[in-house]
Design a protein around this ligand. Structure first.
Ligand SMILES: [Zn+2]
Length: 1008
């Protein structure tokens, strides 16, 4: 490989690097080795060899101190950390950390839980022997700072603790499995912190507890190492991309810090909170050469304490400054990452009174040394990147490790120098969180006890618990004042008043009954609760034009439960008690031989259906009265004989069952435990992973197969009732789904266990070659499945796919042109409340939308609805009379013009008589699509997040039931199952499943 040639630049940077130690002022601790301590010469020589340019290292890591009794990473790796060709499995990393623990009293290893696939996660504490001996004592001190209520918010008391406490700096590595460098960097960092006697490192060791989780995504790490080994064994072949990381999701494992649905999030969260750590520093590798991205760019998350924003600036600026002095190019802290979404792992710290940090260093996705060529915008010098990365370099894993370790060491040192400030800030942030009700509000969020979706309320409260938020319950009713809504504009006041004449005045108070759940804002972790329960507004005018992730997430909306934001501090005076055990009372009430369960679109209903597989369950197609009560459409009726079982299961699931002494006379149809197939494409498994997670949590069984398997499975309808085809994600176009990856050249890309890849296939899928897609055979089989009476459920890009292969009779799907709805919460409206898909839902449904496709209906097969461009159809021409008068022709009598009835955007457009004449494409009324939910009007579309140009999708169908042959294609433009955050819309999917053979219930056909 050719080495890049920039002799002048190289010389200049080398010069900087040589002078670096002199750049520290008198009295500052010089970074660099202690000349009295021996160096491990052999190790140091190889580190130097693997470092591709002299300026890709620093005085902190360009040597390895020697130790008589503590093993270096070589003991496990067989070479130095970051050596080419070496990528350790998690178990090897752990083995080394435990060797360190054995050899040094300065290292302790803790098990912090397991992954979905049962692999262990660890945290390694490195500090002075003295500090580690007093870990518990120190933890108790930090816990007091972390909960200032224990100090009665007394600053003087806090100062005493600040003066004594040793802070905890928590570093997490390789959550993103394709970003492979962190484990070896962290092995070597742990060694250095335990062994190095330089003044610089000694200060860190004595002053800070460094806590390290070297591998966050353990399941994914082992798969990635497998793939790398396969690559080494087949050096001339292409190797497969990492299709699966953890059991459920890939890159999105770093978007789970809101819902806390993954074990890795839960384990890191618990560790962070248990240790009362001050920092959570997460390591990533996708930007050259070190982007300390927490300073990033706006908009910042609106719920973080401004003290934290300042800490980001302090730490980030110093990090860049120190590494600049070392002469290391490409270190910067501003950039295009906004910190709006709290979904990132590091944000556990940001909203639990700590400091979140994230590095993007430069990784090669393995341990090969590669020539890397950057994009112009990556090597451009900007105001915040005065020493940018080089346009082309030879880059090694060792270079990456040098940057990671240097960055961490200067961070740890700076943190130690200023630890009293940071500890005091830790206390202050917690104190300000406790004082929130009086200083900034709100006082609390309240979830009333009469919530009709009790099980969903419970799920939401469980998220709060996982976030370590305290939950209380009122003992008596409490009335609070509601904030007065301001009239908008004075000039329009008269107009408004007139319009409002008949409306009732806004209530000024609200009473919450005894038993209401209260999430008090006078607690240390009030900010995370506030951030998750509040609404978000991202202005279309925001200078940030490319939101990094979701812009809205309001949990009460997405769970479909009532959450009241209460500003009146009186709520905090109400008698209440802390709740630690959450449960919903369920079970059977009354006597009788028929049982009714109200349907409020709770996913637990589907769990019940599958749990009691043999029970005779029916869904009422209309509202009815029985036993003196009213029951709504969709109510579930269970026949006699299943009482005891039903009682036990409904108790467990928190569902209330009402016994009736006679079967009500209401039209009903069977509710079935349908046989589900969840279909995935080898192009990407992450987005559908959130669907698997949802179904697994609900204990709903399903088969899981790829588009390839479908292509080779005859008689799909005999095996399955419903095929779920969740979004494919990036690249999920019709062509890609059908064609897969190119097979006209190259080698097969297997996803199989082999001697080199023992971990690749976990609980998921396998194939000899991931490249082939569904193929046209597969398309035909899917068409046949639906035509034979099966139900295919499609979402976003797979809805586009279904429309493209011609099985969505009367529904077309297109991409919006200018609209920007970036992971937002939007309003939808029920169109057809008697469709079984809508059972349990009320008029307004909040849903997650990420630039979903725009569906349009047509009653003429193969044609799109007319687009309303140019002058309105049927507008009157220039002529006599006023605007509303008919025109006239001189010399003859006027003729009554035929009425053209108006249709709404979401409806099937009317057919004109002309269109009806000899038209074989006219879809018979009984075959036309049925809209279940539509997007709200443009003005009501935004609930949380960014909605720009929403007019393109407003009023269009959001969920539509299309017919094809004897079956249905149920198309979603929203994504109803996303990151564990959208439980309120899960039932749209589950209703489709359970009513798969009765989806036409309640259907009203057009007259002609
Ligand atoms: Zn990453």
């Amino acid at each position: 490989m050719n080495r890049p040639r920039w002799p002048k630049l190289t010389l200049l940077i080398v010069a900087c690097s040589l002078f670096a130690p002199l750049a520290w002022a008198d009295g500052e601790t010089q970074p660099g080795r202690d000349l009295k301590q021996a160096v491990d010469e052999a190790y140091t020589a190889r580190m130097k060899k693997y470092t591709t340019e002299p300026f890709f290292t620093s005085p902190l890591v360009n040597y390895l101190p020697a130790s008589k009794n503590v093993p270096t990473p070589e003991a496990v790796l067989g070479d130095v950390a970051g050596a080419p060709g070496i990528l350790p499995y998690a178990k090897d990393v752990y083995k080394y950390m435990r060797l360190l623990e054995k050899a040094s009293p300065r290292v302790k290893v803790f098990s912090i839980g397991t992954t979905e696939e049962g692999r262990e996660m660890i945290a390694v504490a490195v500090s002075s022997e003295e500090n580690l001996k007093k870990l518990e004592e120190n933890r108790a001190r930090l816990a007091k700072l972390g909960d200032p209520r224990t100090l009665e918010l007394n600053d003087a008391e806090a100062d005493k603790i600040v003066a004594q406490a040793v802070p905890v700096y928590y570093i997490t590595g390789t959550i993103h499995s394709t970003e492979t460098g962190a484990p070896t960097a962290l092995m070597e960092l742990a060694y250095r912190l335990a062994v190095d006697d330089s003044a610089y490192v000694k200060e860190i060791r004595d002053g800070v507890v460094t806590l390290i989780t070297p591998v966050v995504e353990v399941d994914g790490r082992d798969r990635m190492v497998d793939i790398y080994k396969w690559h080494l064994a087949h050096p001339k072949e292409f190797y497969p991309p990492l299709v699966y990381w953890g059991k459920y999701v890939a890159h999105d494992n770093n978007r789970d810090a809101m819902g806390v649905t993954l074990k890795l999030t839960e384990n890191v969260m618990n560790t962070y909170v248990h240790w009362n750590a001050q920092v959570l520093h997460d390591l990533h590798e996708s930007v050259p050469y070190l982007y300390d991205n927490t300073i990033g760019d706006g908009p910042y998350n609106a719920w973080i304490d401004p003290i934290l924003a300042d800490e980001w600036q302090m730490i980030g600026a110093r990090n860049v400054a120190d590494m600049t002095k070392f002469g290391m190019p490409g270190v910067f802290a501003h950039g295009d990452f906004d910190t709006w979404s709290p979904g990132y792992l590091m944000f556990i710290a940001a909203l639990h009174n700590g400091i979140s940090r994230l590095y993007e260093t430069f990784g090669n996705g393995g341990a090969d040394t590669l020539e890397r060529t950057l994009e112009p915008e990556e090597y451009a010098r900007t105001w915040y990147k005065q020493n940018p990365p080089l346009p082309r370099v030879l880059w090694s894993q060792r270079d990456n490790n040098n940057y990671e370790e240097t960055g961490l060491l200067v961070s740890l040192h700076y943190f130690n120098e200023n630890k009293r400030t940071f500890l005091k800030n830790f206390y202050l942030k917690a104190k300000r969180s406790v004082e929130k009700p009086s200083t900034e509000g709100p006082a609390a969020y309240v979830l009333p006890p009469d919530e009709k979706r009790a099980t969903l309320q419970l799920e939401l409260l469980r998220v709060m618990q996982k976030q370590h938020v305290e939950i209380s319950r009122t003992k008596s009713a409490v009335t609070v004042a509601l904030p007065v809504k301001k009239e908008k504009k004075a000039s329009k006041a008269t107009e408004k008043k007139e319009a409002k004449k008949d409306e009732k005045p806004e209530p000024t108070s609200k009473t919450f009954p005894a038993g209401s759940y209260v999430i008090r804002m006078d607690q240390p972790y009030s900010r995370i609760a506030d951030a998750l329960l509040d609404h978000q507004y991202w202005s279309p005018e925001d200078p940030q034009k490319t939101p990094y992730d979701d812009t809205g997430w309001t949990f009460g909306e997405l769970y479909g439960v009532e959450v009241a934001r209460v500003t009146d501090a009186k709520i905090l005076q109400a008698a209440m008690e802390r709740v630690t055990e959450l449960r919903v009372p369920g079970g059977l009430k009354g006597e009788g031989n028929v049982f009714a369960i109200e349907n409020h679109a709770e996913p637990a209903l589907a769990s019940l259906r599958y749990r009691l597989k043999n029970a005779d369950m029916q869904a009422a197609e209309e509202a009815f009265e029985a036993g003196g009560r009213k029951f709504a459409t969709g109510t579930i009726l269970v026949k006699a004989g299943d009482g005891a079982q039903l009682d036990a299961a409904s108790k467990e699931l928190g569902l209330q069952v009402i016994a009736l002494n006679a079967a009500p006379s209401v039209k009903s149809h069977p509710l079935r435990a349908a046989r589900i197939l969840l279909m995935h494409s080898w192009l990407g498994t992450q987005t559908e992973g959130w669907w698997r997670l949802a179904l697994d949590n609900l204990q709903i069984p399903y088969d899981y197969a790829s588009t390839q398997t479908i292509a080779g499975t005859p008689g799909l309808r005999e095996k399955y009732d419903v095929i779920l085809f969740p979004p494919v994600g990036w690249g999920g176009s019709l062509n890609n789904i059908v064609d897969g990856l190119p097979t006209g050249w190259g080698n097969p890309l297997p996803w199989q266990n082999t001697p080199e890849t023992p971990n690749l296939v976990g609980p998921n899928d396998a194939t000899a070659d991931i490249r082939p897609g569904l193929g046209w055979d597969g398309v035909a089989k899917l068409q046949q499945f639906v035509s034979d009476g099966g139900v295919l459920l499609t979402v976003m890009d797979t809805s586009q796919f279904a429309a493209g292969i011609g099985i969505t009779t009367g529904v077309s799907s297109s991409r919006a042109e200018k609209m920007k709805i970036v992971g937002s919460v939007v309003g939808t409206r029920l169109v057809d409340g008697v469709s079984p898909i809508a059972y349990g839902y009320s008029e307004k449904v909040a849903a997650y939308c990420d630039n979903g496709p725009v569906f349009s209906l047509s009653s003429i097969a193969g044609s799109r609805r007319r687009r309303k461009l140019g002058p309105e159809l049927g507008a009157r021409p220039t002529g006599r009379g006023t605007k509303d008068d008919p025109d006239f022709a001189v010399g003859r009598l006027g003729m009554e013009t035929p009425e053209e009835p108006e249709t709404e955007v979401w409806e099937n457009p009317n057919i004109t008589d002309e269109q009806r004449y000899n038209n074989s494409r006219l879809i018979p009324p009984a075959m036309r699509a049925r809209v279940v939910l539509r997007y709200a009007d443009a003005k009501d579309l935004l609930i949380s997040g960014l909605v720009e140009g929403g007019g393109e999708i407003a009023q269009h169908p959001a969920v539509v039931d299309a017919l094809y042959g004897k079956g249905h294609v149920v198309m979603f433009s929203i994504n109803p199952m996303w990151r564990g955050e959208t439980q309120g819309t899960y039932s749209l999917v589950l209703n489709t499943v359970m009513n798969f053979d009765s989806l036409n219930a309640g259907r009203k056909n057009d007259e002609k």
